[in-house]
Design a protein around this ligand. Structure first.
Ligand code: AMP
Ligand code: ZN
Length: 135
């Protein structure tokens, strides 16, 4: 299904021009318009799923395989030194476009892309309490 007012549905369908570097039946891979580093690209499924909670399992598996294929190809073409694959879900996690996508971010020694998180302390008891929540 496509969603009428969704920009990534339109880009994935080719209705809005984009810098496309890969396309198949299920996906389009485009360059991000606000790149964190040279070559920052996005994997867009052609069907609309808002996020990881909605996306079909088989399609997600295909997206993961495509992420690997693109990382290999982009590393070869761009000569990057490392690679981040990022996928945000929900506003609290930094998602701004609510059509599932994976960020492919080539990284270069001394680039200024900022990624990561503040590290907090945790005790063995706190880890045990978290484990208990899953049992
Ligand atoms: P997120 O914050 O994970 O939802 O990522 C959304 C990404 O989409 C950001 O990195 C934006 O720079 C990018 N973006 C938004 N609109 C466009 C567009 N029209 N073409 C390409 N990239 C876009
Ligand atoms: Zn969409």
């Amino acid at each position: 299904m496509k969603k009428d007012d969704c920009i990534f549905c339109k880009i994935a369908a080719g209705e809005i021009p984009s810098g496309t570097i890969y396309e198949d039946h299920d996906f389009r891979v485009i360059f991000d318009r606000g790149p964190a580093a040279k070559g920052h690209a996005l994997i867009l499924p052609k069907e609309h799923y808002a996020d990881i909670y909605e996306i079909d399992d088989d399609l997600l598996a295909k997206a993961a395989a495509l992420a690997k294929k693109m990382a290999v190809r982009m590393t070869s073409v761009l000569g990057c030194d490392g690679f981040n694959i990022v996928q945000n879900n929900g506003q609290a996690a930094g998602q701004t476009v609510f059509h599932f996508h994976m960020h492919l971010i080539p990284r270069y020694k001394n680039d200024d892309a900022k990624m990561g998180w503040k590290v907090h302390d945790i005790t063995d008891e706190e880890i045990a309490a978290l484990v208990a929540e899953f049992n």
